[in-house]
Design a protein around this ligand. Sequence first.
Ligand SMILES: Cc1ncc(C[n+]2csc(CCOP(=O)(O)OP(=O)(O)O)c2C)c(N)n1
Length: 498
Amino acid sequence: MRVGETIFYIMKNLGIRQIFGNPGTTELSFLRQMPGDFTYYLALHDGVAVGMAEGYYLATKKPQIVNLHSTPGLTNALSFINEAYVSRIPLIVLVGQQYSNKLVDEPILYGDFIKISAGVVKSAFEIRSESEAVKVFIRAYKESITPPYGPVLISLPQDVAEKDAGDQITIPKHFVGNLCDEATINYVINEINSVNSLAIVAGYEIALFDANEELRKLAEKLNVPVYNEPYMSISPFDSTHPLFKGSLSRYHASDVMKELEKYELILVLGGWLNYVVFPDVDLAKLNVIEVTYDYKEATRRQWDTIVCSPKDFIIKLTEKVNKKFSFTSTILSEREKDQDNFLAEIFRELNRYMEKYVIFSEAPTHRDLLINNVKLKASSFYNTRSGLLGWGLSAGVGYSLYGNNVIAIIGDGSFNYSPQALWSAVKYEGKVKVIVINNKGYRSLAKRGIEADWLSPHTSPWKIALGYGFEAKELKDPKRDVEWLMGDDKRKLLEIVL
Ligand SMILES: Cc1ncc(C[n+]2csc(CCOP(=O)(O)OP(=O)(O)O)c2C)c(N)n1
C-alpha cells in the first residue's frame, strides 16, 4: 500500500471515515488515494474546515482529521487550531508539503510547519520518508487522545504520499488510565467535613467526559449550589435544576471573588476558575480544590489540585461522602424576573424546541441573556473557549453533520468571520437553524466607551446567507417568524435587527 492508502486504512480501523478540508495541489496526491466510502467535507475557508471538524468531534467524541493546504491553508487555519488546543479537542491536522527532496530550495507553498504551528498544537511531525508514515500517524493519534486532548500536526510531502509503505501494518491499542485513588478521595472528604458551606464550579470537562449525570447526583447528595465556570464553553449542568446558581462572571475576577467568597470551600470540577477577561484580583485567595484530567491546567494553579478523571472522582466521592449541606435553592422563574425585553422573549420562545436542539452561541452582548432565558440541559450549549469569533457557526455546522439539530445564535459581527460555513451546511445537509442578532456592529466593544465608526460595520447577514443557497430572511413579526424558523426541519436563517 502507498502511504496515502495506509493512512486511510489506519483511519478506517480507528473508526474515522471522514475528513475535513480545503485542498490545494500539495494534497492531491494524498486525496487521490481516498477510498470511496470516505466523506470529504469541503469547507470554503481553511479555518472553517477545522471548526467543522471540532464540531464533529463534539458530536461524536471521536478524534477528527483535517487536511490543509501547505503554508497558506495552515496559516489561514491557525486560530481555529488554537481553539482546538485551548478546548482540548483531539484533531490530526494533516498538511500537504512540497516535494521532500526540494524542501531545501524553499519553493512556493513550502513552509516549516513545525515552527509555524508551535504553540497551538501538542506536537508536530514531518513524515520524512515512507518508512515513517505509519509510526508518525499512530504517534500523532495517540498523542491527540492522551489527556489533555488536543491537535497534533503532521506534514506530508506530496511525493511521500505516493511511495510504497509496505503491507505490514499493525495498529496498536492505546489505553489511558487516570482513575482517582482512595487517599485523594478521603482527603477531599475530610476537607468537606470540616466546612459549613461548599459550592461546586463545573466546567467543560464534565461534558467532554460524559459526567453530567454523575455531577447532578453529587450535587444533590451534598445539596450544594452548582455554578458554571466563568468562560463556559459547554454547559455542564441543567439550568432548570434547583441547585443551579448560574454562570460566574467571565469578565472580572473580582466579580467571581465576590460570588464565591461566601463559601468556605469551592470544588472546581473540570473547569477553569480564573479564565476571565479582566483578571483584576488573585483568586488564589479562595479555598479551592480543583479536579481535572489536565495536568497542564492543574500545575498552573496555586490551590489544591487533583489530576485524574473528573468522572471517576465524582462517582467515588458521591459513593463515600456523607454530608448534606443546608442550602436553599432558587427556582428558574425567580432568576429570570428582570429579563423582560424583546430578545429575552424570543429566547424563551425557543424553549418550546429545546428538547431536540443544541445551541452554538456567539453573540457576545447577548450571551448572558441567552443563558438566563433558554432552559439549557447539560451539554446543550456550546461556545468558543479561546475567544475566537467564527467558531460558533463553523463548529455548529460540523456538529449538525452527524445528524444533530443545531441552533446557531450569532452576532452580526461574529457572523462575518465564517459565513462560508453555511455553504457546507447546505451542501452536506446539516440540520442547522441560524439566528443572527444584528446590533449593527461590535457592540460589546463599543459599549466600553469607544463609540467609533470602525466599531460599527453594518452588514446584512441574511442576504449573504442567500448567496450560499441558505434560506434566510429578516424578522418582521417576532411570533410568526420564530415559528417560520423553528416550525419545520428545514435549514433557515432569521436575522433580528435591533
Ligand atoms: C478572531 C477574532 N477577532 C476579533 C475579536 C474581538 N471581538 C470580540 S467581540 C467582537 C465583536 C463581535 O460582534 P458581534 O458578533 O456583532 O457581537 P456584539 O459585540 O455586537 O455583541 C470582536 C471583534 C475576536 N474575539 N476574535
